[in-house]
Design a protein around this ligand. Structure first.
Ligand code: PMP
Length: 362
């Protein structure tokens, strides 16, 4: 049997074993073509089929209305931090941002290079241990859009609900929780996500945007930075990250086979509950970093009473086959990323390890 680590990496992250095995089977000779998918023209019928299927599955699973375009781009979510204001932040308008943590800050930094910005709400005063509440959000009069980060990967906070922004397009960086729960796409002008956490390997970025929004990009914006370029060409304007797109298609099929997003959300809740329960029932031996109302189902952040004990936890966990539990270097502590493809068994094993570690060191 294949040896699999208990993989809690924050991204690139765990992929479903079944998906990896199928990719392995098809790796050298894709569908009898006598070559790997990676060796194939992106203009070939076979790759077009792969590309279309990935888009169709995204549309089906997220129930994306026809008035939206689905794009598979390169450059990671970080490139979207710039593309959003480049395309939508016209002169005289203000890019409104929810400042919820490390990733929101990076998005804001890029927008500031391009145009005028406003902080619509911030939880910096609480050291980003919570998401700003919807009531705190104040939109400027001439907002081009409201940008938020649905899940802060580093701090381990997640928005349980989304604000109603009326006419102002709502744009969300969903890099670390896309497709972890059902979504009402019609409430968003655009969402985007790097694939490497919940959707596949690194190398592709999913962008889903309303057609009327992307029709209005400035005329002087270079071709590759325009959403309409990629939307019109079905993400085949230039050479796409073809293998990543193929892998995303396999992951989406796997997700569909699991019963779709409602079923996946329930499993994610069960998984996260195992670890949060181990924290909450430890009598203070472990403490959660995020406020309970903002806890992420994807990135579970916690710490012990000292940095030394955190280090010892990481050391012993690695010896037991756990990977990726060290917190992000900016915030320290511990973090378990339990994305869609992390099996319930890994979370059970971690909860048991936490209890045992407490028994030995508490
Ligand atoms: N936003 C969020 C919420 C993230 O977690 C990350 C990556 N960890 C990024 C943006 C940046 O993504 P990329 O590395 O694909 O540019």
């Amino acid at each position: 049997m294949t040896k699999r680590a208990y993989n809690f990496n924050a991204g690139p992250a765990a992929l479903p074993l079944e998906v990896l095995q199928q990719a392995q089977e098809e790796f050298v000779d894709y569908k009898g073509a006598g070559m790997s998918l990676m060796e194939m023209s992106h203009r070939s019928k076979l790759f077009e089929g792969v590309n279309d299927e990935a888009e169709q599955l995204l549309r089906e699973l997220l129930q994306i209305p026809d008035s939206y375009s689905v794009m598979l781009l390169q450059g990671g979510a970080s490139t979207q931090f710039a593309m959003v204001p480049l395309n939508f932040l016209q002169q005289g308008l203000v890019g409104a941002y929810v400042n919820s943590g490390s990733w929101a800050k990076k998005a804001i930094k890029e927008a500031k290079l391009i145009g005028e910005t406003a902080i619509a709400a911030t939880s910096e005063g609480s050291r980003f241990t919570r998401m700003p509440s919807l009531e705190e959000i104040v939109l400027p009069d001439n907002a081009a859009y409201l940008h938020l980060t649905s899940n802060e990967t580093i701090e381990g906070t997640q928005l349980p609900f989304f604000p109603d922004t009326g006419e102002v397009p709502l744009i969300a960086d969903m890099s670390s929780d896309i497709m972890s729960r059902p979504l009402d796409m019609s409430r968003f002008g655009m969402i985007y996500a790097g694939a490497q956490k919940n959707l596949g390997p690194s190398g592709a970025t999913i962008v889903i945007a309303r057609n009327d929004l992307i029709a209005g990009s400035p005329a002087a914006l270079p071709t590759m930075f325009r959403y309409d370029t990629h939307a019109k060409s079905k993400s085949l304007y230039n050479t796409p990250p073809s293998f990543a797109v193929y892998m995303i298609g396999l992951v989406l099929k796997w997700l569909k086979g699991k019963g779709g997003l409602a079923a996946v959300e329930q499993t994610n809740r069960d998984k996260a509950a195992l670890i949060y329960d181990a924290i909450d029932q430890s009598g203070g031996f472990y403490s959660g970093v995020a406020d309970t109302g903002s806890r992420s189902l994807m990135n579970i952040t916690f710490r012990l009473q000292s940095d030394e004990l955190d280090k010892e936890f990481v050391r012993q966990s690695e010896a037991e086959g756990f990977v990726g539990l060290k917190g992000h270097r900016d915030v320290g502590g511990l973090r378990a990323s339990a994305y869609n493809a992390v099996p319930l068994e890994s979370c059970k094993a971690l909860a048991e390890f936490m209890t045992e570690f407490q028994r030995k060191n508490g």
